[in-house]
Design a protein around this ligand. Structure first.
Ligand code: HEC
Length: 156
């Protein structure tokens, strides 16, 4: 028992040493040292973008413009985070125009314009997935609302 514990402690120390040896030089060579170390990765940001993309669709279809407006704001925040990781103006190039278009449709409470802009936004998502070597991540209009605990009916 005593031996097992000692062996465990020794291997644990080894893991910690190896990990810090691997992380050390990588961190100091980081191109953007101002970004906090707990900053989410692109995959995590995208999972949230997916959620907002779905909710935006159902909010717009329901004519819940206040909720649609909110989801666009959340998408914008996610894209700002993505921009910090990707850089090079890629986010603006891929989804800047359709985001502004869908914002305009929501401001005008225009369902037809919303639907058209949503499809262009979706195409923008995928143009970035292709550009960044993820052509197998293919986004489409959602057919099902997975969030049955949230009402999408517009407020009276
Ligand atoms: C700036 C480029 C860019 C834009 C714009 C973009 N994505 Fe992504 N997305 C990526 C990259 C790169 C990955 C792969 C991330 C990784 O490998 O960790 C990804 C991954 C994903 C994933 C897979 C996440 C997972 O773990 O399964 C989803 C879903 C996704 N994006 C949805 C979207 C949606 C929806 C939009 C538009 C509203 C969008 N993305 C816009 C670059 C982008």
């Amino acid at each position: 028992m005593k031996f097992a514990f000692a062996a465990f402690t020794a291997s644990f120390c080894l893991v910690v040493l190896t990990a810090s040896a691997q992380n050390g030089p990588k961190q100091s060579a980081s191109p953007q040292p101002t970004r906090p170390t707990d900053f989410p990765g692109l995959g995590e940001i995208m999972t949230l973008q997916q959620l907002r993309h779905i909710k935006l669709w159902f909010a717009g279809r329901a004519g819940n413009w206040a909720l649609a407006e909110y989801e666009i704001g959340e998408l914008n925040e996610g894209f700002e985070d993505a921009d910090q990781l990707v850089g090079g103006g890629t986010v603006e190039k891929m989804v800047g125009a359709p985001i502004r278009e869908i914002q305009k449709a929501v401001d005008e409470k225009n369902s037809a314009a919303f639907t058209a802009a949503f499809d262009r936004l979706t195409a923008g998502c995928d143009s970035c997935h292709r550009a960044l070597g993820r052509p197998f991540i293919a986004i489409q209009r959602p057919t099902l609302l997975p969030y049955s605990d949230q009402s999408f009916t517009p407020m009276k």
